[in-house]
Each structure stands twice: as structure tokens, then as C-alpha cells.
Design a protein around this ligand. Sequence first.
Ligand SMILES: Nc1ncnc2c1ncn2[C@@H]1O[C@H](COP(=O)(O)OP(=O)(O)OP(=O)(O)O)[C@@H](O)[C@H]1O
Length: 352
Amino acid sequence: MGTKVKEREDPEAQGGLPPTFAKMEPGSGLGLSRETRTGLKAMKYISPTAVQKRVLPAALAGRDVLCAAKTGSGKTLAFVVPVLEKLAEEKWSARVDGIGALILTPTRELALQIFEELRGVGKKHRFSCGLLIGGGGRKALEEEKSRAGSLNILIATPGRLLQHMDETPYFDCNALKILVLDEADRILDMGFRATLDAILENLPRGGRGGDGRQTLLFSATQTKSVKDLARLNLSDPEYISIHEEASMPTPVKLQQAFVECPSSQKISVLWGFIKTHLKAKVLVFFSTCKQARFVSDAFSKLRPGVPLRCLHGHMKQMKRVATYDSSRGPRRSSSLPPMSRRGAWTFPTWTG
Ligand SMILES: Nc1ncnc2c1ncn2[C@@H]1O[C@H](COP(=O)(O)OP(=O)(O)OP(=O)(O)O)[C@@H](O)[C@H]1O
């Protein structure tokens, strides 16, 4: 007996074309393959969000896109759909054609989220997809090496991808059809600039006079560094800025507040906050792994009355994935992740 899952509502969906994904049939101007429409339906995605409405027509027409939209606006689907459609349109052969799409993202956790979205929406397609996100030791690297070159869609953090480009025999992206930079501004912020340049040298050229590679760039803010990405050789890109007039790159409905306190009282204020929000799911960010570990250990010993989970870049990847998964579940919990460092690995692959 199945429980009816509530359809996901999109508060930003407005009138205009196309109203629903289901109506995007081949031949309707903005056609999606049956596989993608089935995947979207299975994931309860009914109508495109504002950013998807703007990005999909351009991206599906094969244009390069540079998109800035608030966090949480649905950017992931805005590139997951064009990636699947591009390979479907190219009649990509899962076993023969190799790497056709590459999605670069700055952190492992974002890579995992993208993987989940791709696996859900793409489940009726016959493409293989994998993560190259670093860490996991020698054994993990060897396993990645044996499979990476034969996958069709790669979701990668820049450092690990470059490592494969440098070290892995038969790893080539010469047939690449579509490159996505998720959180493009963060990729540059986090000091990946040189890595990105080196990666680009190993890819077919985009842009006019290039090798036909399409490029999609997404970020929360249209920063100068994103404009710097002109070196990506974009061809007459479609500039899309969804929340241009907004002063914050966060959703309007997201309430934000702050407490000013002397740094010597920071920990006790945090403890007080957690104790008074035992029913809420709380994420606390620290600037270093050491701080996250320290506070998590100390608070756990004090038994706050909710499970605390610690997540940081120095943890073994399997543990990190398990912690990440458990903290996303329905149970209320607190986890204490610092911003991720590059590295780590996990390699769930999916083949149709
Ligand atoms: N068309 C849609 N209809 C309903 N929900 C959607 C739709 N597209 C995306 N969502 C949901 O909106 C939420 C935010 O989407 P997503 O993570 O892609 O946003 P984002 O812009 O990439 O945010 P971030 O910058 O934080 O990565 C997710 O839970 C996603 O499942």
C-alpha cells in the first residue's frame, strides 16, 4: 500500500510557457524526451521554477548560459535536465561514447546532491554517472581510475578531476558535449582558478570556432570572477539573472537574524540556542575542522537532548557520507559541519 506523496509545490512558478514539464513533449517547441519527463514526474517535479523557465529554453537550444539565481531557486534541475537531454539528443551510447557531460562543483556534499538529482530525474535514461570527489585513500583512487573513463556523466570537484586528467590512463574528455560549472563563483573563490584553467586545457573548446562543447554556468551571484570565466570561451552566452533586483542572494522567505556577543561567550550562546531549539534541525558552520570537532565533542558530553553529528573534511569519506545522509533524514538532529575542503571520494555509479 503506497502513501501518496505530496507533489512538490513551487512557490515561484508563474504563468507563461511552458506550464508543466509533462507538456514539454517533443515537437512542442520545448520538447523533453519521454525518459526525462518520466523521471521528473517520478520526482514530483510538476512545473518549472522561475530559473528553470529562463534557463531551459536557452540551454535546450544548445546555447551557452551564464545564470545567477538565489540559492534554493532550483538551479540544479536547470542543468540536470539539459545534461540528460543533450546526451539523449546526441544518441549517446552508454557503453561506447565515454564521457559526454561534466559537472564541476566545489564541494563533495554538493556533488552528492547533484548525483541524487541526476539519478532520480535520469533513471529512465541509459547513461552511467559517477562522482569524482577526492579522498578515500589509494584504494578508492584506483577504483575510480578503473571506471572513470567509461562513465557518461561525471560530477567532479576540480582537484580530483585534474588528478584523473593527469594520472589516469585512457581518461579523456575529448568527446565532451556539455560542461556545467555549479557554484561557479565559489569554484573561483576557493582558489580553484589555476586548477580550472588546467582542466579547461584538457577539454574540447567551447564557443564560436570551438569543438561544439556547450557550457552552462550557475552561481548565486553574478560576481566579477564569474565574468572572468570568459576564458571558458562562451559563445554568445545567454545572461540570465533571476533575482537581479534582490539585495540578497538568498530566498525572500528565508528569515535571517543574528546575535552579537563577545567571542568568549560564543560557545555558551550556541549551547543556549541548541537547548532552546531541540525540536529544530540546526546546522552550525565553523571555519575549521578542529573547531567543529571540539564543539561537537564538548556538546555531546553535555548531553543536549538531541543527537549531534559532526561533519568535516578530515573525516573518512564513508563516515562523512553516512553522517551527511543521516543528518538529512527526518529525525531532528544537530550537525556541525565546517565548509568542506576538497578531497574525498565516493563512487556510486548508476547505469540504466
Ligand atoms: N520545478 C521544481 N518544482 C518543485 N520543487 C523544485 C523544482 N526545482 C527544484 N525544486 C526543489 O527546490 C529545492 C532547491 O533546489 P536546488 O537545490 O536545485 O536549488 P539551488 O538553486 O541549486 O540551490 P543551491 O544554490 O543551494 O544549490 C530542492 O529541494 C529541489 O528539489
